[in-house]
Design a protein around this ligand. Structure first.
Ligand code: SF4
Length: 153
């Protein structure tokens, strides 16, 4: 059986972002994997119980807080655990998650000051997946994804 790829739901055009928007990935390789039925998706924040729209949130160390200072670490962790369960159930080859998100970011995230400043880092879902041996890439790293898939086949 061909192994699946876990993806952020917003990359598939689901309107689940904090601002009620989506960020569809239109790269032909991503669309091709979708057409082949290889993608399984989740929005960790919505699955963790947060509404859409919802307040913007950023990581501050191991916590995630909104601009107003509300601690939303618990739903973020609940969503991260749900993403891990889906990844394990489908024995995914890897994950392609939305860059810069406090859940899904894999190279950069916002620095927790709400000043539009990005720093190297990863979201809570990415961190949990990686700590369980699952490779996570951003939608801006499909060259690396292709190489990884070719290496695994
Ligand atoms: S938590 Fe992930 S899947 Fe959900 S909107 Fe944010 S980046 Fe997209």
């Amino acid at each position: 059986m061909t192994r699946k790829i876990l993806v952020s739901a917003c990359l598939l055009g689901h309107k689940v972002r904090y601002d009620n928007g989506d960020v569809p990935c239109l790269d032909p390789r991503f669309l091709n994997w979708y057409e082949q039925g290889l993608l399984v998706s989740i929005c960790p924040e919505v699955t963790g119980g947060l509404p859409t729209p919802r307040p913007d949130a950023q990581r501050q160390g191991d916590r995630v807080v909104t601009r107003a200072g509300t601690d939303v670490t618990e739903p973020f962790m609940k969503g991260a655990n749900a993403a891990l369960q889906i990844a394990l159930e489908h024995n995914v080859a890897l994950a392609i998650l939305k860059q810069n998100s406090p859940s899904c970011g894999s190279l950069f995230i916002y620095d927790g000051t709400f000043t539009d400043t990005k720093v190297p880092g990863q979201g809570l879902t990415t961190e949990l997946l990686r700590s369980n041996g699952i490779k996570v890439f951003g939608e801006d790293q499909l060259d690396e994804v292709e190489q990884e898939l070719a290496r695994m086949m």
